[in-house]
Ligand binder design. Structure first.
Ligand code: PMP
Length: 423
């Protein structure tokens, strides 16, 4: 049995059926922006392995960082022990994240960093003598991960987790922000969120959102003023703001962190994905000194969370190399060039009968179709045209590595056009 046959019969992939799995392609090499498949094709990666591989694959600097650290030690428990890679990483993070964040909790996946953020917010209020502040509020169309607390703030109607609704803690959902990033701000957009704050602030621990780009819940890109006003509401009504920058962090939207579009600092910030340039599984939850001290006031006096692979030294070493590499480059120009090219090459699809919308920001391009896309069929077209793109529901979207050449971006845009033509 070859690898893809074994895979089909025994391995469960994300968001797929074990009975009717989607076709699966075997990667035998990955370098720069390209994946080589066992069939021999070399295709341009449009997904950055789900927002992660901003420097592309097999980067000498990241390889070197992993090699150097593995010669020293690859893991030690983070309880009672610390190490240089984690200390260096947390120093770097605190230098680059929005001002005011001062403590770092390292985790091992994006979903877990969201769980940690939610637990921090609830514990913070309980330790302030306000245990009734345990509910969350979040805009619809959000996505924050697949674990239970994270699922509870994913969109319950359009979302992927509706089936689990009865097992999830119920929170408050505001309509998704409607004013697009590039349009004139419409003050009405924040009114429903304000309404929820006015009615329920006494029970609210935190507002949870993805700043500027709502990812897996719909690939929507909204106006920075919405984010600014959410910050103001949180201040006015004594509610913590949790920003999930797991997808948007590290330059993807044209700013190092999407919060910078609105010049705000959240009380709690979640990072993951591109933190290690997509090499290792690592995430972080950062918070202000006020939150950290508040969480540890009174009983129990500690924060009860501690993943086994917390602060994994290999992952931290690669994260350090990835951040250094990003900051050593004119990454903003690279992302802006990708944005300009995506606008030039994808905008024509706006007038296509089958296309509902085209949205572009930074190194993110989204073509929303009017109908659901048949993933298996359209992927054959993409691969035939030399591109790795994985759409979901109606959205064909790309977030290529920042090192993508103009030829790579053209190849991706051309493949999207061919895919749209075949829908
Ligand atoms: N939040 C956002 C915004 C995400 O895009 C994702 C991953 N798609 C997550 C949380 C969950 O991260 P992970 O898959 O690493 O658990």
């Amino acid at each position: 049995m070859n690898n893809t046959e074994f895979d089909k019969q025994h391995i469960w992939h994300p968001y797929t059926s074990a009975v009717h799995p989607l076709p699966c392609y075997e990667v035998v090499a990955a370098s720069g922006t390209r994946l080589t498949l066992s069939s021999g094709e070399s295709i341009v990666d449009g997904m950055s392995s789900w927002w992660s591989t901003i420097h592309g694959y097999n980067h000498p600097k990241l390889n070197e960082a992993a090699h150097c650290q593995i010669e020293k030690f690859s893991h030690v428990m983070f309880g009672g022990l610390t190490h240089e890679p984690a200390v260096q990483l947390c120093k770097r993070l605190l230098e680059i994240v929005p001002d005011g964040l001062n403590r770092v909790f390292l985790a091992d996946s994006g979903s877990v960093s969201v769980e940690v953020a939610i637990k921090m917010a609830i514990q913070y209020w309980a330790c302030q003598g306000r245990p009734e502040k345990s509910k969350l509020v979040t805009p619809r169309n959000g996505y924050h991960g697949d674990t239970f607390a994270a699922m509870s703030v994913c969109d319950p109607i359009n979302g992927m987790h509706s089936l689990f609704k009865k097992s999830l803690i119920e929170h408050h959902f505001a309509p998704a922000p409607q004013t697009r990033f590039e349009n004139t701000w419409s003050p009405d957009d924040i009114a429903p969120m304000r309404d929820i704050f006015e009615k329920h602030a006494e029970q609210l621990a935190a507002l949870v959102l993805e700043p500027i780009v709502q990812g897996a819940g719909g690939m929507r890109i909204y106006h920075p003023e919405y984010l600014k006003q959410c910050r103001q509401l949180c201040d006015e009504f004594d509610v913590l703001l949790i920003c999930d920058e797991i997808a948007t962090g590290f330059g993807r939207t044209g700013k190092l962190f999407a919060c910078e579009h609105a010049q705000i600092t959240p009380d709690i910030l979640c990072l993951g994905k591109a933190l290690t340039g997509g090499y290792m599984t690592l995430a972080a939850t950062l918070c202000t000194e006020q939150v950290a001290l508040g969480v540890c006031e009174g009983e129990p006096g500690v924060f009860m969370h501690g993943p086994t692979f917390m602060g994994n030294p290999l992952a931290c070493a690669v994260a350090n190399a990835s951040i250094d590499l990003l900051l050593s480059k004119p990454w903003q120009t690279d992302v802006l060039n990708i944005e300009t090219q995506l606008k030039n090459e994808l905008s024509e699809l706006k007038t296509n009968d089958k296309v509902a919308d085209v949205r572009i920001l930074g190194a993110i391009g989204v073509v929303e179709m009017k109908m659901h896309v048949n993933v298996a069929e359209i992927q054959k077209v993409f691969i035939k045209h030399g591109a790795w793109i994985r759409p979901f529901s109606k959205n064909i979207y790309i977030m290529p590595p920042f090192i993508s050449s103009p030829q790579d971006i053209s190849a991706l845009c051309e493949a999207i056009k061919q895919g749209v033509a075949c829908c």
